[in-house]
Design a protein around this ligand. Structure first.
Ligand code: NAD
Length: 276
């Protein structure tokens, strides 16, 4: 169920399924989505400083009847805040907005190759981790080359890499690299932001299991060993997206879905995304 977890390199347990809140408005909208999610069993929430809704997420967390240690809260450091000192400051601001005294997972949102600051940023992540202000530290949108550079000069290897991942972008080489380095892959836009719901191959598989395409996608993530954070603000869909623990995709179905790959992104290419 939604309490099932994967063990990260440092032993921290991370739920396989969480709620993503990208583009969800701060205030009542995000607050209600987080409350609905936690009431339907979610324990993991994925936000980011740049989403502008950490405050609303924090308000929801105060209202729910789940102990802090049973929740798994992720946020991300925005590109403009990269650098050692600015990371420390940005982290405190994130904690403050969320109303928390520690994070479960903190990610460098993008490598921003042009700025060349992700190694300095990572020093600050290592410090915050050692001070036990974050239970696990990781990155997002890092390609092999960025991970290589980071790992070479660092004491701690990132525990998670959150990347765009769905049947049109299966990220095979990067997944192998991460497996080799004990870096857990986490899928963003696991539903390709709604662009896979008319796919015939997925529809046949969904019908066979009496499930929706969204549920097949979430299930495919888990069976691929990928943590997943589908986004919805509708209570019935939030529930639906997590109702994936009562069926299993066959080996052939997994293969059919993998074969849909087109190396096609909905988001920017991390190598050239330098927006700050
Ligand atoms: P997604 O792939 O989760 O798709 C969400 C869209 O699908 C929503 O607009 C919703 O209307 C629709 N939807 C959701 N459930 C549905 C259902 N059961 N039936 C029909 N439609 C449904 O897209 P996303 O929000 O881009 O990605 C998920 C999360 O990943 C984000 O909320 C965010 O937390 C994270 N993310 C991270 C990055 C990054 O750079 N690290 C980038 C994008 C997203």
């Amino acid at each position: 169920d939604l309490t099932s977890t994967t063990k990260l390199a440092n032993g921290v347990e991370m739920p396989w399924v969480g709620l993503g809140v990208f583009k969800v408005e701060d205030g009542p909208e995000v607050k209600q989505a987080v409350i609905d999610a936690i009431n339907s069993g979610y324990r993991s929430i994925d936000t980011a400083s740049v989403y502008g809704n950490e405050k609303g997420v924090g308000e929801a967390l105060k209202e729910v009847d789940v102990k802090r240690e049973d929740l798994f809260i992720t946020s991300k450091l925005w590109n403009a805040d990269q650098g050692y000192e600015s990371t420390l400051t940005a982290f405190e601001a994130t904690l403050d907005r969320l109303g928390l005294d520690y994070l479960d997972l903190y990610l460098i949102h993008w490598p921003v190759p042009e700025a060349n600051l992700y190694q300095d940023t990572w020093r600050a992540f290592e410090k915050l981790y050692q001070e036990k202000k974050i239970r696990a530290i990781g990155v997002s949108n890092f390609k092999e080359e960025h991970l290589e550079t980071l790992i070479q000069g660092s004491e701690i290897t990132p525990m998670v890499n959150q990347v765009e991942f769905h049947p049109h972008l299966t990220q095979e080489p990067l997944r192998h690299f991460c497996l080799d380095h004990n870096i857990q892959i986490e899928a963003w836009s696991p539903l390709k932001q709604g662009q896979l719901f008319d796919n015939d191959v997925l529809q046949v598989i969904a019908d066979r299991h009496n499930k929706s395409i969204a549920q097949v996608l979430v299930r495919w993530d888990i069976q691929s060993g990928v943590v997943t954070i589908p986004k919805s603000t509708k209570a019935h869909r939030i529930k639906e997206n997590a109702d994936v623990f009562d069926f299993e995709l066959t080996y052939d179905e997994m293969k059919q879905i993998n074969q849909l790959n087109k190396d096609e992104r909905v988001g920017p290419d991390p190598s050239t995304f330098n927006k700050r």
